[in-house]
Design a protein around this ligand. Structure first.
Ligand code: 45D
Length: 159
């Protein structure tokens, strides 16, 4: 591995750790701001090009969509906190890429008002804000690997 790759790997691991050090609400809020920043650069990959299961991600999303706004928020807090019930366990069984697609669907659901939105005027903490700036500066492919590492351990191991 080249020195450059190695360095970027280390700093990406730091970004993931800094993200995980935030409380659950700040993680959710930061993740939302990331989505609003990069939303347009996310182009759904060609089906079959990866280990993503669009139907599975959609099925889990549809279950969340049916819940009340309060429950939708609780479900997402549970995922971040690695607690919770059925949804957290079903989430835990997904591949990392499918987890990422599921979060993407949730964010789109917030856009379309199927999912509880951020409160009006909600502000990031300064540490979340500075993390957002750092994440904006790395390349798309690195962002993807950071996000994958962030969403991978969320939820509850179903086994
Ligand atoms: O009241 O097609 C707070 C792949 C405060 C491949 C709150 C891909 C209190 C296949 C907690 C803030 C999977 C790689 C409320 C595509 C309060 C493919 C609520 C790429 C209400 C497209 C906060 C996918 C809430 C990618 C509800 C790159 C926050 C996906 C919710 C990237 C935040 C997805 C959410 C990202 C954030 C998703 C749902 C960045 C989601 C971010």
């Amino acid at each position: 591995m080249s020195v450059a790759t190695d360095l970027s790997h280390n700093s990406n691991a730091n970004l993931v750790q800094s993200f995980q050090a935030l409380d659950a609400d700040q993680q959710l809020a930061l993740f939302w701001f990331i989505y609003t920043e990069m939303g347009e650069s996310i182009t759904p990959a060609a089906p079959g090009a990866s280990t993503v299961s669009p139907t599975v991600a959609q099925g889990l999303y549809d279950q969340v969509k049916e819940k009340s706004q309060e429950e939708q928020l609780q479900i997402q807090r549970d995922l971040v906190n690695r607690t919770g019930g059925d949804i957290s366990r079903e989430y835990g069984a997904l591949s990392d890429t499918t987890k990422l697609l599921f979060w993407y669907l949730l964010a789109q659901g917030m856009d379309s008002t199927e999912i509880i939105p951020l409160p009006e005027g909600y502000k990031l903490s300064s540490s979340a804000e500075s993390l957002l700036e750092k994440i904006k500066q790395i390349e798309f492919s690195e962002q993807m690997s950071v996000f994958r590492d962030i969403v991978a351990p969320m939820g509850v191991d179903p086994t």
